[in-house]
Design a protein around this ligand. Sequence first.
Ligand code: SF4
Length: 518
Amino acid sequence: MTEPMLVCAPLRLEARAVGRGLRDSGRAAGAGRGAQPPTVLRTGYGPRRAADRADTVRRGPFGMLAITGTGAGLAPELAPGDLVVATEVTSVGGGPADGPALRSPSAPLLAGELRRAGLRAHTGRVATVDHLVRRDERDQLLRKGLLAADMESAQLAMAAEGRPLTVIRAISDTADHRLLHPATVTGGLAALRSLRAAGPVLDRWAAACAPRRVLLAGPRSFCAGVERAIEIVERVLAQRGSPVYVRKQIVHNTHVVHDLEQRGAIFVDELDEVPDGAPVVFSAHGVAPAVRQEAARRELSVVDATCPLVAKVHKEALRFAADGYLVALIGHNGHEEVEGTLGEAPGSTVLVETPEDVAALRPGSDNKVAYLMQTTLAADEAAGVAGALLDRFPAARGPGSDDICYATTNRQQAVRAVAADSDLVLVAGSANSSNSRRLAETAERAGTPAHLIDGPEDIQLGWLAGVSTVGLTAGASAPPAVVSEIIDALGGLGPVDVGERVTTTESIRFSLPKEVRQ
Ligand code: SF4
């Protein structure tokens, strides 16, 4: 956007603090070079002055509007000096410009950036009130789902009129540190320090504001194995009530795990954490036979959510080992799926991660070698290791059908297609998700910078400066809702035109285990 950022702050001290922060930004990092410098405007105290000032503000030449200042913390977790980035601002309690709540969708992006800058930042709804809030009013506002209160933001926010908007309030007083109290002096100073520290982040936000295109990769997000595993836990919870124990993360995604935890699932690392007689679900990544035997010995009530495509690799390992082959398992050390597969025939199976590992294989005198693959590998990388293996053992046997599963293959093809037309690729997925990490690597190998993010708060604003097309995909364990949240957050930086590149469609479904079919 060519127009500069306008920063509004009600009081002189607040305007000075954020102005200094913006100047720090220019000095420290050269931020904003080539862009017009931001303007800081003191707008006056209280909703009436804010409403009057909004009229002149809206006519001003600005590309994006930042409203800053100090505020009252409503939630008990807020401390003086914390920053609240508004997801929406709303006028409460008969103010002079009551109106609908105004959204600020880029709040998660700013909050993430503030946290990376070492600040305590929260996102939530901010109320604009027409008088200092008393303790009982704080509780009422908190019960309505509001996180902080101020006396100007809702009125000033109306001046944005569709342009990117952010509201950042630094907490100066809380229920325990009320405004007319000596402790508020230190709270106020802490808030002003935080406002100054937020200046460089505001500068980066302004530099990231632009209209953009989002190019979605299709297919993306949940695969049939992940949907089945989540449904299994949900059904066990519905049948038997909470708690339901799950060995390891049911799928490698923090959102899925957190959601199921909220609903009564308890994730454990090993079976010795499961009480006798409790229901336990095995994760989609599969388990070694030793784990099944231990569960049987303890007479635990097991429901197995191992993906059928992982179970297929286990069966292949058993078959090859029974036929006297040395089984080279191409995969990543430490991944739960690999541990499970290695456990099927531990005396006959060797993990092979690189072509160099192939050179170290020591088959028996009959030279019988077979190879299998972890289901979530990057196809091109795995092909390199398999090629090295076939070079050394031309008669090596491979799996009957591809071990790298359809969902992994399809998502990698799709991300390659969007990477070709994108300036940046974002992959929604958790850091421990193998298939999500491979998607980011695949996009990088296609020549486009790519980042794995758990959600919008992980997007660094610096990645977006100068980027007009963002390719977006999600690993097989990442919920579709996260993709929507990312698009919504990017929409807070300017208009977003969403397109999709579908390389194939998927219709695979796996049946549920008999224990939860009813
Ligand atoms: S990524 Fe593939 S192997 Fe893993 S759960 Fe999904 S379908 Fe199954």
